[in-house]
Design a protein around this ligand. Structure first.
Ligand code: 5AD
Ligand code: SF4
Length: 471
């Protein structure tokens, strides 16, 4: 058994990162068994779930659409805020009942929660329905851990608290045939004081640019229209590996593969250089959409958060992107109620929102995370004050998303149609270049294509449109 240790996870080990290849498992020990993977959290977790599905498929397991048919259930978890935890623990209650009527059912936990000491201890003591736990650094060992569980029927806890290797060629079962996620950098070394990611995902490790470009070339060959480059902080790409190859170089090299749409998330303002903005502006296939977390508009709070930029520097970068990148859309993340946040600090945040008029914002109430510096800070903000600020912030944020969307009314824009519309199965849906969701009057034959769409109505979180034939 290998349990996580948060103090070890904080250390940045001097070991060189190994670049290795996935150890293929040839034995089809999963034949006749079905699996179901449930994902919590960010796109990186979504993509990890694609790897989990790919590995399981390679051993003969098959996916199922209904969880009640599954022989193996994996919860790929998120630890970013307490409510992510609550959802997983709540669902483990449901799985306990399922196990009572299906004795052979195997339940596994992967993802960020498995890297937390308190969570693993709680699972060991209270959640006997969990058969295995694998951490984020050794996900590529999934099949051997699962096989060990199946052969011995003993609980398996395999979590490393030091950075893992960069493992290439893990099998992937992608969710979409048109739009693909591609990892470029794992982990994070920024240590924002509220954030658990540097502990659960370890030190910053960039993939080699040749490996990234060849993965995208393969996707282009297989008909993919869109690629999203993934990392907790993509703008730090290359810093740990090269002296003179940055995200700007990578964006250009990936754009040159001919992929029709190139996106990237998430950006950190501190590492965002003018050179990167120029590359985005100069390449038509790099989409004009940037997610640029602000977190707070108060210089005092930004300092306490260890964000390494000021309100003024954020505004300068924001303006540079808006000025250089045509038709850009910029969204953000904001936390309210960080320890010590006064009404004045909160008004500074509102001031930045009023100046930037973001296309959208994900807003959060501060949630203390195990072992992070902010969790130890005094001056906690009362829950009702946090909720009041969140509510006031959301009103302003929604006003600007509405305004940004209304500007698109009547225009004809390019959309990559990805699926039938969730709300109305007689329609399809897709995303504009600047990442707005559009429900489109049009039939299923449009799925997988980039088409012209006339915007006929706008709402806060989506647009309505109709397909127009290109001339
Ligand atoms: N409390 C509240 N929000 C958080 N985030 C990260 N950690 C916390 C926390 N402890 C938010 C940040 C980040 C987004 C993914 O989640 O805004 O950008
Ligand atoms: Fe967390 Fe900050 Fe790293 Fe983003 S940059 S993952 S908020 S520590």
């Amino acid at each position: 058994m290998k349990k996580p240790n948060m103090l070890d996870a904080k250390k940045r080990h001097q070991n060189k990162i190994n670049y290795t290849k996935y150890n293929e498992v040839t034995e089809k020990f999963g034949e006749g068994k079905k699996f179901f993977v449930r994902t919590y959290g960010c796109q990186m977790n979504e993509h990890d779930s694609e790897k989990i599905r790919g590995m399981l498929l390679s051993a003969g397991f098959v996916p199922c659409d209904d969880i009640v048919d599954a022989d193996i259930i994996i919860l790929n978890t998120c630890a970013i805020r307490e409510n992510a935890h609550d959802k997983v623990f709540g669902f483990l209650g449901v799985l306990k009942h399922m196990k009572q009527s299906k004795k052979d059912l195997i339940v596994g936990i992967t993802g960020c929660m498995s890297q937390e000491e308190v969570v693993v201890n709680e699972i060991l003591n209270k959640y006997k329905q969990v058969d295995f736990v694998i951490g984020t650094h050794n996900l590529d060992n999934l099949l051997s851990v699962l096989k060990e569980k199946m052969d011995t029927n003993k609980r398996q806890i395999e979590v490393l608290s030091y950075e893992g290797d960069v493992v290439e060629n893990i099998p992937v079962l992608r969710e979409s045939k048109y739009s693909a996620w591609v990892d470029i950098i794992y982990g994070c070394d920024k240590f924002c004081t509220y954030c658990i990611v540097p502990y659960t995902r370890g030190t910053q490790r960039s993939r080699r640019h040749e490996d990234i470009v060849s993965e995208v070339e393969e996707l282009v060959k297989n008909g993919y229209k869109e690629v999203t480059l993934l990392g907790q902080n993509v703008n730090a790409y290359g810093k740990d590996l090269y002296s003179d190859y940055t995200l700007a170089n990578l964006l250009k090299d990936v754009a040159d593969t001919g992929i029709e749409r190139l996106r990237f998330v998430t950006s950190h303002p501190w590492d965002f250089t003018s050179e990167m903005v120029d590359v985005i502006a100069a390449n038509k296939n790099i989409m004009p959409y940037i997610h640029l977390p602000l977190q707070s508009g108060s210089n005092k709070i930004l300092k306490l958060m260890n964000r390494r930029y000021t309100k003024e520097e954020y505004l300068k970068l924001y303006k540079e992107i808006r000025d250089k990148v045509e038709n850009s859309s910029i969204t953000t993340d904001i936390i309210v109620g960080f320890p010590g946040e006064t009404e004045e600090d909160f008004l500074d945040t509102l001031d930045v929102v009023n100046k930037c008029k973001f296309d959208g914002a994900f807003t959060f109430a501060f949630s203390p995370r195990e072992n992070t510096p902010a969790a130890r800070m005094t001056d906690a903000i009362d829950e009702d004050v946090k909720m009041d600020r969140l509510h006031r912030l959301n009103e302003v944020v929604n006003k600007y998303s509405n305004e940004a969307n209304s500007k698109m009314l009547g225009t004809i824009v390019k959309c990559l149609v990805t699926s039938l519309s969730d709300k109305d199965k007689s329609k399809v849906c897709g995303y504009t270049e600047n990442m707005k969701l559009v429900n489109i009057k049009g039939d299923a034959s449009l799925i997988g294509k980039i088409v012209d769409v006339k915007i006929t109505d706008t709402k806060s979180f989506s647009l309505d449109g109709e397909y127009v034939e290109s001339k």
